[in-house]
Design a binder for this molecule. Structure first.
Ligand SMILES: [Zn+2]
Length: 197
């Protein structure tokens, strides 16, 4: 295999120029085709005429694959500090430790992906007074199904940002567990903790 270096030259088809063009291999940040993330600093072929990324050399594929998997399995967003308090309190209320917060979010995320909230319901959550406040704390959740669930929610419902999805989930948890609006759900989550701990 021919290993390429930065500034090496090549040729590739450019979609933008609609031609077979001369290229230069450069390090670039490349977004995934579905815009779900970015692979940073990866060696790619860049069109000499229009500067767009036109080819991905074979030697760059392990890096892309690794970053794709890493980024897809992690939900990372910033939330107001009281969101973390709600999550910790709910977890405590259910008899779980703070470790249970991640499981709780994964569960609600998966549920949300399988129900269909109306626009009215979505607005109820997103305009709730508890959604106000500066997003000063980082929330990071790992899980195999997170990317699929997030994508499904964004496809099914008029919610475009991950932070809005988290807002809805935290408020649902607040209603169900802390305001005790859903006895059945609380019972289910308690047994869920019993199994998973
Ligand atoms: Zn071009």
């Amino acid at each position: 295999m021919n290993i390429l270096k930065v500034d090496d030259k090549g040729k590739a088809a450019c979609d933008d120029c609609k031609a077979f063009v001369k290229t230069t291999y450069l390090l670039r940040d490349v977004p995934f085709s579905d815009q779900s993330g970015v692979v940073k600093n990866v060696l790619v072929g860049v069109c000499n005429q229009c500067n767009s990324v036109v080819s991905l050399p074979h030697q760059s594929t392990p890096l892309v694959k690794e970053q794709l998997e890493k980024q897809r399995g992690i939900l990372e967003t910033r939330v107001p500090a009281h969101f973390i308090d709600i999550l910790n309190l709910a977890s405590f209320e259910l008899g779980g430790s703070m470790d249970f917060v991640a499981t709780l979010i994964r569960y609600y995320l998966h549920n949300l992906a399988n129900e269909h909230l109306s626009e009215k319901e979505i607005n109820h959550y997103l305009t709730h007074s508890l959604t106000k406040g500066k997003s000063q704390k980082r929330l990071s959740i790992k899980g195999r199904h997170i990317a699929t669930d997030l994508a499904k929610i964004k496809e099914l419902m008029p919610i475009t940002s991950t932070s809005n999805i988290i807002k809805i989930i935290v408020l649902k948890i607040n209603e169900d567990v802390l305001l005790k609006n859903n006895a059945e759900k609380i019972q289910f989550l308690k047994s869920f903790i019993a199994i998973s701990s």
